[in-house]
Design a protein around this ligand. Structure first.
Ligand SMILES: Cc1cc2nc3c(=O)[nH]c(=O)nc-3n(C[C@H](O)[C@H](O)[C@H](O)COP(=O)(O)OP(=O)(O)OC[C@H]3O[C@@H](n4cnc5c(N)ncnc54)[C@H](O)[C@@H]3O)c2cc1C
Length: 398
């Protein structure tokens, strides 16, 4: 059987794109460099309830570990803002079994997954992607999808430089603790530990947590060890590292014969670096357009993929990117002042209501509503200073 669509990478984006194309009746092969699906795991595994609904996935016991309702957000001086919903907000999943579950769905729909198959190069002929180079062999296909993840090494080797910004290191570990609230995550803002990002504690059960951070500077693994020691008085055994994308989408995700999806395309929330949902949704759009290109032979469908996902999620990602740049500009002192102003003004209740109505993946609306609220604006003005505030307002047209 001749392969019609070849996909690089068996992460969520590659697998969802593969399943979508295969369901349209085309022969699809996925090339994955690792021998085991979903491993090594470096993901914290927090996926919004609405994100799973959008992807059409149920929280299967095979990968679903816990459900959380909100979070305690800390600044570096230990001040805490608590936001808790009455309904479940996010599922905590185990990424290894989750990726294996997506692979099983893809295989059931007819996809051929080739483990231990590292692609060395995407070859182009007359300006269009034409084959993959693996070891010493060449693999031909009509459509190619690059879902290789944040590193983008293959693209660079194939002469495509996306200029992706804001890619930082992310570290994750799991540990046993005496006791932890099972329905709340912790988020810590401290630029000394996690510059330009944050540190998280995610409960898996009453005695087990997943703990990690992202940072643009320094030795993140050492910083994570320091955080765990301070927070839990524990030593860490194994730390897994990966890359987090906080810089928004790359400029171009479609080339003749080739589409980029997921982390390699920057289809990731710049606020939290969560890419499973947005990447998965864009992968569906890529899969649909790949199937149309195969059906009609019209290369225009590659560009239609690029404009379709940008029309759907571009403005959301831009607003989150702006929020990320504001957050990156705040030092510990300013964050501490914002926290104490918000606590003094009793804004937790207001934030809880905003979050209850808001969407964890499509955050633009809640960001806009938060900063157009007069009471929140007052607290920001008091603590953050007028220059930062007028900057924020101008972006939203105030
Ligand atoms: C520490 C950390 C915590 C995170 N926590 C969360 C979270 O809680 N929630 C969330 O939504 N997101 C989280 N993310 C981000 C999330 O992991 C990514 O957004 C998501 O995995 C992107 O999916 P993808 O399919 O695009 O890429 P990946 O999942 O990275 O998959 C890419 C696949 O391609 C394979 N590959 C690469 N190059 C080649 C090649 N040349 N040939 C063959 N195969 C190749 C890789 O082995 C890999 O299996 C986290 C990331 C990190 C680093």
């Amino acid at each position: 059987m001749k392969t019609e669509a070849a996909i690089i990478g068996a992460g969520p984006s590659g697998l969802i794109a593969a399943e979508t194309i295969s369901k349209q009746g085309f022969n699809v092969a996925v090339f994955e460099e690792h021998q085991r699906l979903g491993y090594p795991v470096h993901c914290a595994g927090m996926i919004s309830v609405e994100g799973f609904k959008r992807l059409g996935i149920e929280p299967d016991p095979v990968f679903h570990q816990n459900t959380v309702y909100g979070g305690r957000i800390y600044s570096s001086d230990g001040s805490c803002i608590t936001i808790k919903d009455t309904k479940p907000r996010a599922y905590i999943i185990d990424r290894g079994p989750f990726d294996a579950y997506l692979a099983e769905r893809a295989v059931d729909s007819g996809v051929d997954i080739r483990l231990g198959s590292r692609v060395d190069e995407i070859k182009f002929k007359q300006g269009a992607a034409s084959s993959l180079k693996l070891n010493h062999s060449e693999f031909k296909s009509r459509v190619f999808i690059d879902a290789e993840g944040a590193k983008g090494r293959l693209l660079a080797r194939s002469g495509i430089h996306t200029g992706q910004q804001g890619v930082y290191t992310g570290f994750n570990t799991e540990l046993t603790v005496d006791s932890i609230e099972t329905d709340m995550v912790e988020v810590w803002f401290d630029t000394e530990t996690a510059k330009d990002f944050f540190t998280w504690v995610i409960p898996i059960s009453q005695n087990r947590v997943r703990c990690g951070l992202g940072t643009s500077q320094g030795n993140g693994a050492e910083k994570l060890r320091g955080f765990v020691k301070k927070r839990f008085n524990k030593e860490v055994d194994v730390i897994h590292g990966g890359l987090i994308c906080t810089g928004g989408p790359v400029n171009r995700t479609a080339y003749p014969g080739l589409m980029l999806v997921g982390d390699v395309a920057g289809q990731v929330k710049p606020t939290t670096a969560g890419g499973v949902v947005i990447g998965g949704l864009c992968a569906k759009i890529a899969g649909e357009n790949a199937a149309k290109a195969l059906e009609t032979g019209n290369v225009q469908h590659y560009n239609e993929y690029d404009s379709a996902w940008r029309a759907e999620y571009g403005p959301e990602l831009q607003t989150m990117l702006f929020m990320r740049s504001i957050l990156n500009g705040l030092d510990n002192d300013r964050v501490n002042r914002i926290f104490s102003a918000f606590i003094e003004e009793g804004l937790e209740e207001k934030f809880t209501r905003l979050v209850e109505d808001g969407d964890m993946d499509m955050q633009a609306d809640v960001i806009k509503r938060a900063i157009s609220d007069p009471v929140i604006l007052g607290a920001l003005a008091k603590s953050a200073g007028r220059i930062a505030l007028s900057e924020i307002l101008s972006v939203f047209g105030f």
